[in-house]
Design a protein around this ligand. Structure first.
Ligand code: ARG
Length: 480
């Protein structure tokens, strides 16, 4: 970044003002330090705009050739990280326009014909986000594939299922992993749903009201792969709800990942001991040499806060803005970039952790085989014998209390106590309440934990991934 000098900004734009913006306003105006990330998209938009201007007769063939060759040079400089951004020129748009004019002379000054930075930035952000959504969508799909791989590998291995973080009923490990697959599949769907609302073409809206110059906005749209044209030019420059949707998708996804992270942290604790992470995915303590910490999971959980903050930040920025564009909207970019960056960092980390987790299947099975975990099943047995569920619940509750008082598992409470508390029960029912029977019994709900149901859930998950992968391979369909 070049030195802005004595805090001057807006160097190219004098308009009716007698002097350049300076001091604190100049410093507050500068956005090129972050909006330079839009440079490639700004250049792509400018190229399409220039071609349209030539078709519309607003620039000559020679001028277009000069503009295009200048834009080529700038694109190479941007790609090579050679661009020198000047804070005195405020933002990426003015920097690129000035650089073009320096390169090619007067033709460069025609590029802004029938265009305002207001519709220009709206276009750049859309192009940026379409591309970023493709990358994020592909990373998300890979994480979902990792969950399916692990669920597939887990077979019918049991684990305790929890509510209130208390052991509740046994479930399959695959069932637990596929719950995350479902959560993340809805996130993927949310991202894909946003696609058509992103692909709207704002250029031609000018500062707010459109233009009287004979432009051909459909040409620009089709060159950039956008459709349809914005239906209202004020809305096109003033609205950011497509960004809010993305940030909302990002916040929800990060909240889901933070829950997965919390499970991993718990599983890797000595208290649970259900899983461990390979050393390459763990850290140690600067003081306690024996420590192996799941920092990756903690960071994944911690970074959810940023994603939530980014959504709230944009909502607060846009709230109460009068129609149409207001400079407040410049504040939309950092939250957007930060959420994209966070997702691109965290999604591969999550996939690596899911693939790297080493489960202690014996310990999971032993924990699933909790001495009292069959209580619901015994109550269900009484229901099948005609007892109203509430009475069955009470009877089994009393029986469990007795077993606990005697320090024996429910299945060892003995025929006498069973008869006393649950006279309707088959005398041999306790023997039938072994772990595998409990699991297999939960077959009436398609989403339940019976191995056959989980097997079907797994097949459907695999099929969904295959269908999505085939669709993502189609031309013009980025990963989202
Ligand atoms: N840097 C500005 C932004 O991000 C570009 C639009 C500026 N428009 C204006 N009328 N000052 O919003």
């Amino acid at each position: 970044m070049s030195d802005p000098g004595p805090h001057k900004a807006g160097g190219l734009l004098k308009g009716r003002l007698g002097e350049a913006v300076d001091g604190a306003l100049a410093r507050a105006s500068v956005s090129v330090g972050y909006d330079c990330r839009l440079a490639r998209h700004d250049l792509a938009g400018s190229r399409a705009h220039a071609r349209m201007l030539a078709k519309a007769g607003l620039v000559s063939g020679e001028e277009l050739a000069a503009i295009e060759s200048g834009l080529d040079v700038l694109a190479r400089d941007v790609d090579a990280g050679r661009m020198v951004w000047d804070e005195a020129l405020e933002d990426v748009h003015m920097n690129l326009e000035k650089a073009l004019t320096d390169l090619i002379g007067p033709a460069g000054a025609k590029l802004h014909t029938a265009r305002s930075r207001n519709d220009q930035v709206a276009l750049d952000e859309r192009l940026f986000l379409i591309e970023a959504s493709g990358r994020v969508g592909a990373l998300l799909r890979d994480l979902r594939a990792a969950l399916v791989e692990r669920a597939s590998g887990a077979g019918a291995a049991p684990m305790p299922g929890y509510t209130h973080l208390q052991r509740a009923q046994p479930i399959l490990l695959a069932h637990h992993l596929l719950a995350y697959f479902q959560m993340l599949s809805r996130d993927q769907q949310r991202l894909a749903d946003l696609g058509p609302r992103l692909a709207v073409m704002p250029l031609g809206s000018g500062a707010l009201a459109g233009t009287g110059l004979p432009i051909l906005p459909l040409e620009v749209a089709s060159e950039l792969g956008l459709s349809p044209l914005a239906q209202n030019s004020l809305d096109a420059v003033a609205s950011r709800d497509h960004l809010m949707e993305f940030l909302s998708f990002g916040a929800i996804l990060m909240v889901h990942l933070s829950r997965l992270a919390e499970d991993i942290v718990l599983w890797c604790s000595s208290e649970f001991g259900f899983a461990s992470l390979p050393d390459s995915l763990s850290t140690t303590s600067s003081m306690m040499p024996q420590k192996k910490n799941p920092d990756g999971a903690e960071l994944m959980r911690g970074k959810a806060g940023r994603a939530i903050g980014n959504l709230v930040s944009l909502l607060a920025t846009v709230k109460g803005l009068p129609m149409s564009y207001n400079r407040d909207l410049q504040e939309d970019k950092e939250p957007l970039f930060d959420t994209v960056e966070t997702l691109e960092l965290v999604l591969p980390l999550a996939a690596q952790m899911v693939r790297g987790l080493v489960f202690d299947l014996e310990r999971l099975r032993a924990a699933a085989d909790d001495p009292y975990v069959a209580a619901t099943d015994l109550a269900d047995h009484l229901v099948l014998k005609g007892l109203p569920f509430r009475q069955a619940h009470a009877a089994v509750g009393a029986l469990v209390a007795r077993a606990m008082a005697r320090g024996v598992p429910l299945r060892d409470i003995g025929a006498e106590s069973l008869r006393e508390f649950c006279p309707q029960a088959d005398p041999d029912v306790l023997g039938a309440l072994d772990l595998d029977s409990l699991l297999a019994a939960r077959s009436s709900t398609p989403g339940g934990t019976a191995p056959a149901s989980v097997g079907r859930q797994l097949e459907e998950a695999k099929r969904a991934l295959e269908i999505e992968a085939a669709a993502a391979d189609l031309p013009g369909k980025p990963g989202a």
